[in-house]
Design a protein around this ligand. Sequence first.
Ligand code: PGA
Length: 246
Amino acid sequence: MRKLAAGNWKMNGTAAALAEIAALNARYDSAPVDILICPPATLLSRASDTAGPAIATGGQDCHAAHSGAHTGDIAPDMLKDAGASYVILGHSERRTDHGETDATVRVKTVSALNTGLTPVVCVGETEAERDAGQTLDVIRSQLAGSLPDGLDGAQIVVAYEPVWAIGTGRVPTHDQIEEVHNLMRAELVARFGDSAAETRLLYGGSVKPGNAAEIFALSNVDGALVGGASLKADDFAGIIDALAQA
Ligand code: PGA
């Protein structure tokens, strides 16, 4: 399995930010890990044109329909047309800001797969859920609800992002990360069989160059979904290099 360093730029970046992708190109004309940048939709086409052969691009969300009367939304086909090969689905900011449910994420996942995009499906507990001892139940139920039946595990990426660790500088303990990642692998294998050994399981939430290596050493961590530290090529490269050495 090729490991994956994925950058989620969220609602950050105008044309000037393309220089960060150019800087990554200069560093990696080939890379021992997969590198993904998910810029805002307004930059996707230019980011795809800028990205060299070692860098893939993706969307941060898509609509479940392939076209139609959905003002302001973007179809997976449009992401693909703009050069994307991945799409992040069910990020906690989408779940919170836009009321996305597991069922919403599941239909988007089906649509993305039918379009030939690799979905990066996000799950993660809130701080209140962790404090209440519900973390594993939450992850189990988000996985069950957000993923469609009959998947080939190699077709999807799953990201564990504890909501309380996103953008806060707080990171779960190593035991907490491993507990969830081991559970996710077991749940996926139970549902999708041996192919789930090939599902890339990313950790996300305050990953930085300084903590990446220790996170990548944990079992069933196959990469990272990185927000803030993916905005600058130098920072993201520190994470990519740590993953390459893991
Ligand atoms: P962060 O965001 O790295 O800024 O914590 C991660 C994410 O939300 O994907």
